[in-house]
Design a protein around this ligand. Structure first.
Ligand SMILES: Cc1cc2nc3c(=O)[nH]c(=O)nc-3n(C[C@H](O)[C@H](O)[C@H](O)COP(=O)(O)O)c2cc1C
Length: 159
């Protein structure tokens, strides 16, 4: 295991990172090209992410407005596959929603780190990697130390 993997996981275990912000439109490729919809945070929220939380894939808990709390997987960075110029923060919630929720308030609690962001030779490889991230998030969030972070006041309280 790399140092980054251990350092970030130790940090998030003791001190999960919490973010709240409005859901804004991304490039819209998530649902169309990848079949994996993502909710984007605005630039001002992305700018506030501490640099120690390096570009990569994370997981944790999420809540749209005062809805249910669901598992999520999150990508922070420049999406090298698409060569984005702006850093983005995209949350894929492990739940099927009936419609988009642009303008809603999204709260996330990041509790674990999976891998750095990577470039891929094809769209299929990118999608396979994201599906693997989803499987890792799904099982890791069943563990008690991650479940406990679901009960933080930040995500439990009504807004
Ligand atoms: C869990 C997860 C992992 C991702 N990993 C990568 C990655 O390693 N490299 C990359 O270029 N993009 C990665 N992405 C970003 C996708 O390329 C991105 O979601 C896609 O460009 C859609 O963005 P859009 O909806 O803003 O168009 C990841 C996204 C998610 C949700």
């Amino acid at each position: 295991m790399s140092d980054t993997f251990e350092i970030l996981n130790r940090r998030l275990k003791t001190s999960p990172f919490m973010v709240q912000g409005e859901v804004v439109k991304g490039f819209g490729r998530g649902s169309k090209e990848l079949g994996i919809p993502t909710a984007n945070f605005p630039e001002i929220v992305v700018k506030d992410i501490p640099s120690e939380l390096s570009a990569g894939v994370y997981y944790g808990w999420s809540r749209v407005d005062n809805g249910e709390i669901y598992k999520m997987v999150l990508s922070i960075g420049w999406n090298p596959f698409y060569k984005n110029e702006k850093k983005s923060m995209e949350t894929h919630i492990l739940h099927e929603f009936d419609s988009d929720f642009y303008g809603s308030t999204l709260r996330i609690v990041m509790t674990g780190y999976i891998r750095p962001e990577l470039n891929f030779g094809s769209l299929t490889e990118l999608v396979d990697a994201i599906k693997n991230d989803i499987a890792i998030a799904q099982s890791s969030l069943e563990k008690s130390d991650h479940i406990s972070h679901r009960f933080l006041e930040f995500i439990q309280k009504e807004i």
